[in-house]
Design a protein around this ligand. Sequence first.
Ligand code: ATP
Ligand code: MG
Length: 224
Amino acid sequence: MAKLFRAVIMGPPGSGKGTISERIAQRFGLTHLSSGDFVRENIAANTDAGVLAKTYIERGLLVPDHVMTRLLLPRLEEMTRHSWLMDGFPRTLAQAKALNSTCDLDLVISLNIPYETLKDRLSDRWIHPASGRVYNMGFNPPRVQGRDDISGEPLIHHDDDKPEALVARLRQYKDLAKPIINLYKSKGILHTFSGTDTDRIWPYINSLLSTKIPSTSQTDTQRI
Ligand code: ATP
Ligand code: MG
């Protein structure tokens, strides 16, 4: 069987992770997995994990590790014939360790974006509690202000989720990501990309992956 390729992409809120993940998935034929999408699917399907996760997202909090691992690891174990790129998981060292015991990663991409750039892109965060959809007014605004794109229902906004709180969120990312990044660095699979502009970072990621992803894996993924 062709060698499969498994990668993780990490980056702070507003780092362009989602955009870059989509480009990688298209260019290299990897399946793009997003932890946020898994959570939202579970909320929509009213699973036990989804019901629990919703109570955290409503409060603007991360979902606890045991809920995330219970949601995601079985899905990854099923992906025995696909090459994939995971976005949004692991977010904590405990999640990274759990992932480690499930599979061997080939590569980790870490996006290192200047604080000023992130601050410009992100501002207030609004949440649609029923679905778990998250909007950023500066970066990913809803089509109609204050309304969810799909249901049209009102979005909720936390008073403590003002621009000042962004500083705290970016700091939380940094604190949580640091030990994960060190872990992947020590395994020799970490690749860091720095810059202010997604379109300028992309060529470097593209050329790295061109050397890392075996073409057999690309063919195999397309055949499935
Ligand atoms: P970010 O701005 O950091 O990308 P986000 O607010 O866009 O985060 P998503 O990645 O879309 O969020 O995920 C939606 C929500 O699901 C998160 O705000 C968080 O509450 C929860 N979540 C997603 N992945 C994880 C994870 N690995 N650990 C804990 N909670 C998670
Ligand atoms: Mg996101």
